[in-house]
Design a protein around this ligand. Sequence first.
Ligand code: SAM
Length: 290
Amino acid sequence: MNLCDIHQIKLLLARHGFQFSKNLGQNFLCDEAVPAAIAEGAGLTPDTCVIEVGPGIGALSAQLCKRAKKVVAIELDRRLPAILSETMAAFDNFTLVEGDVLKADLPGLCQEQFGDEPVIACANLPYYITTPAITALLECGCFKSVVVMVQKEAAQRICARPGDADYSAFTAQVAYYARPSVLMDVPRDLFLPAPKVDSAVLKLDLWENPPVKGEKTEIFRVIRAAFANRRKTFANGLCIEFGRQLPKQTAETLLCSMGFAQNVRGEMLSLEDFAAISVELHNFLMKTGG
Ligand code: SAM
């Protein structure tokens, strides 16, 4: 059956007594060109192993299975396995794992399913878990690349440059793990039911090694300081984050010694800047016993 044909989807769901769950972010693709383009954009080959998040009734899963060696899909909705066992019956390289991707042991699952083979993550993500799901997929260290459909604004935020209105802490954190690019925009009317927003497919190519020097937790702490207090200068943000360890004048002196203006705003700084500042701060705090 065509898993993207609205008429056939409706008949299938009615036969299973299935109603869409808003809480689970269920908007299924209903134009076959889109999942095909996502699978193409992910650069799958017959050797590729894939983890899919949220297969739904299998619109994207089928396109992944046609191109990849093996696809393991994690689905939270307990009503969907019965439907998937019907819609994915033709694919012997498809495995369904029931559960919540945010609670899954992704390294354990990848090891169990794929051994040491390189793996790609692919998903039409439910909007409500965009940030934690991308974080989990990047942090687990399992994937060569992560290709996800997200709300268009979320994709723009992740690809933003320092100084852009939508540049955020998450932008800099994602840049620590991967190089982001937008593969394509997907209008809302290509989903059933249609969401209130448009989407975009985001590709995150993970770095083999971190692109900057410094300790990740310290770099992320500096990023947090920059964006937690958007109306304050970055020096002020650092003081709030580091408290008595870092008086404001010391923070300003440190920034000036690195060539930044003392009143620089955090949202003007790149990941490279945050990393360099975290190293300087680390050295300063070690010297002063902070
Ligand atoms: N892949 C299908 C498609 O493109 O038509 C469905 C995509 S739909 C936007 C999101 C899917 O993720 C749904 O099947 C939903 O039940 C599932 N889901 C929601 N929360 C989840 C979670 N925490 N872990 C795994 N799957 C989840």
